[in-house]
Design a protein around this ligand. Sequence first.
Ligand SMILES: [Zn+2]
Length: 496
Amino acid sequence: MSAAELLVRGATILDADGPLRVADIRASEGTITEVGPGLRPGSARVIDADGMVAMPGLINAHTHSSQNLDRGTTPNLPLDLWLMWAVFGKPPISADDRYTLAMAGALEMLESGCTAVLDHGWVPPWDFENYSEAVMSAYADAGMRAGLAPMIGDLDIFDTMSFAGASQPKPAPLGDPFDPQGLVESMDGFFDRWHRRHRRLVPMVGPSAPQRCSHELMEGLAGLARRRGAGFHTHVLETKTQIAANLERYGRSSVSYLEDLGVLRAGTSLAHCVWMDPDEYAAVRRCGATIVHNPVSNLRCGSGILPVADLLEGGVSVALGADGAASNDNQNMFEAMKFATLLQTLHGSHRRWPQAPAIWQMGLRGGAAALGRPLGSLQPGSAADIVLLDTERHVPMHAEGLITSLVLAEHGESVHTVIVDGEVMVCEGRSTRVDEAAMNARSLDLQRRLHENLPERQAFYDRYVGVLTEIHDYETAQPTPVQRLAQITPAFGPAD
Ligand SMILES: [Zn+2]
């Protein structure tokens, strides 16, 4: 159900390309139908936006809601080591806890101006139905637009990396392997339950990464995405170590593997893609897939720098993600845009640094491509996902200046009203639908329980840090056709 008719009156319109102007926005059945001055309200609910800026809702095109309360739990570490803290050794959680996790992120995103998310959230395979229902219910209750691509893999973690550089033998598996057929059937059931069930929620297909899945599972999920006409989302070449891992598993790069599987296409989004070579970026462009850049996570794990200027100039679709809170610590898309803008000053001539307006478009147009929906714009025909900002902190003189101010100086504190699918989900910065005090109490309780076993997680990490460091150091030193790490001369010469 969406609000039948809505009229936002007298806002300063900050849209894709045009100049700033004061106008009204009319939305009907969740879609923007008209933008212009002096629109007649008729029977519409009127929102007085005098003195406010109306912008399209931001889009978080890659995160893991399962990590939403992991903020502050994980040291800065390379991904393969980070995984031991962030993914393994965590205490079990209930489906109710999984709801709390998704809700905590949904509220954080909505109240900081993000109206849509592509959630690559982990869902326990042993109770897929209950836990996936919990996540979708949280988004439904919060009023957020979401694509849930449950993150799936069937291989043991130590079978997902190359041990070429390890002096120690591969450790024993951390658990029993998952049956790929059973996982595909669970996903099929998820699609049966959620296909066209809710206006704002869509099921998507989300293998964790090619090197983390058997060929049988990848084929099964690719076939499912084809049959269902579904969006497909996966991590690709986030770190340098994954180049060797993919070569060992599939005898070629993950990009050509995905192309052969038939999933490199519009509607597919690939998280990270830091370590692709020029041919691989060209394949992504040719097939119309979208790359999702996660600047904070890339910095947190030292994964490398995505060459954003090259991609944008080359016409590749690029979206923005926060990534999970275990490698970011928040879900703030204004902050993600700021980091994306600043990170690029480490790469190439200043003449080609993408400025804030280009990054802004990644958070809107790129995100819309990743979710395959008409989002990220205030034009008629777009979804009525609108954020109204109090402009006290920003001077709306012209669009470019306002966008730059928002990207570099805003954290969501100016967000006043958030409309999703034509319905007001946030008013005066607070959810209109959720008892936030009760939710915060649930979040704090869960956060405490997650923190309680940090000593066990540390012990778990300590058991594997040696061999994983060897692998990381070895692969990082290998010559590759591309370089994505900043090279900085040490402060002092070698010790003498
Ligand atoms: Zn991720």
